[in-house]
Design a binder for this molecule. Structure first.
Ligand code: PAF
Length: 293
């Protein structure tokens, strides 16, 4: 496995392969790789000829009070995981080479970026869209994989690729979970042992919402209330949002009549947890809920 740090060297590597007709795949990450990333890498490995994993803790997507300085950076472990999974290149640019002095251009996003996560983290998605655009420009993949855990991010990345004609196929891989349902996240290491147990409540609340839909309830407010009641039983959790939304527009739904995404964000001590569940509701007799085992 090659480790490439300079964007120019990365672009040159890709150029050589693209000329030979090799299909390059990219898994963009901020490192601190876990089983969720491993699943993305394995899926990507099956779908491309040459696989690049980028590891870059992107400063432009962190707010001033957020955890940029503390964000875990276990780089040797990350490289070992990538090597084991048959990654061809670990692309590890520095902040200086990604944002050299004089850097000025940021991608602005549509209104859906201001909702949900965008409300709590106002510049977050612009930072994500900017770095993803840069990574696509440097690596020039034909396919890139993102985790469903960051559902709003995946919707925005698809919009970005469409609006800016970036020509990259976006694959969104299902969330990987702990046995109690907690979605894997690099930030879970911030949870104390007690909070780690409480953290699974968010997923339980999403399941409660999905269960209500499965029973035939289509009223958005009732589904939302079912989720809220579960979280309220755990007083250490503060709800930021629990919402029943259209999976494409992320607009709240008054009625669930086919597909919905249940979105949730809660604060637990210093840790902000987000999660989501996609619900398919084609017919009352055969409703199916994704994410249910
Ligand atoms: O999902 C992430 O880890 C990041 O937002 C991404 C897509 C790698 C951009 O920095």
């Amino acid at each position: 496995m090659k480790i490439i740090r300079s964007p120019n060297a990365m672009a040159a590597w890709s150029e050589g392969f693209i000329r030979e007709g090799v299909k390059i795949g990219l898994v963009p990450t901020m490192g601190a790789l876990h089983e969720g990333h491993r699943a993305l890498i394995r899926e990507a490995r099956l779908r491309c000829d040459a696989l690049v994993v980028s590891i870059f803790v992107n400063p432009t997507q962190f707010g001033p009070q957020e955890d940029l300085a503390q964000y875990p950076r276990p780089i040797s472990q990350d490289q070992a995981l990538c090597r084991k999974e048959g990654v061809d290149v670990c692309f590890e640019p520095t902040v200086k080479t990604m944002y050299p002095s004089g850097f000025q251009t940021m991608v602005t996003l549509p209104a859906i970026a201001r909702r949900w996560e965008g409300e709590a983290r106002p510049h977050h998605f612009s930072g994500v869209a900017t770095v993803v655009t840069k990574l696509f420009g440097i690596v020039r993949p034909l396919i890139a994989l993102f985790g469903q855990k960051d559902f709003q991010q995946s919707v925005l990345v698809r919009q970005l690729v469409k609006d800016l004609d970036l020509g990259v196929e976006i694959v969104v891989h299902p969330t990987v979970r702990e046995a109690d349902g907690l979605a894997l996240s690099s930030r879970n290491i911030y949870l104390s042992p007690d909070d780690r147990i409480r953290a699974a409540t968010l997923y339980k609340s999403l399941r409660a919402g999905a269960g209500v839909i499965r029973e035939g309830m289509t009223d958005g407010a009732t589904v939302q209330n079912a989720m809220v009641q579960v979280v309220k039983k755990e007083p250490t959790l503060t709800i930021d949002y629990l919402a029943v939304c259209d999976p494409t527009t992320l607009e709240p739904l008054s009625y669930v009549n086919s597909r919905a995404v249940l979105l949730g964000a809660v604060q637990l001590g210093a840790v902000r947890l987000i999660d989501n569940l996609l619900v398919a509701f084609p017919r009352r007799s055969s409703s199916r809920i994704e994410g249910f085992s």
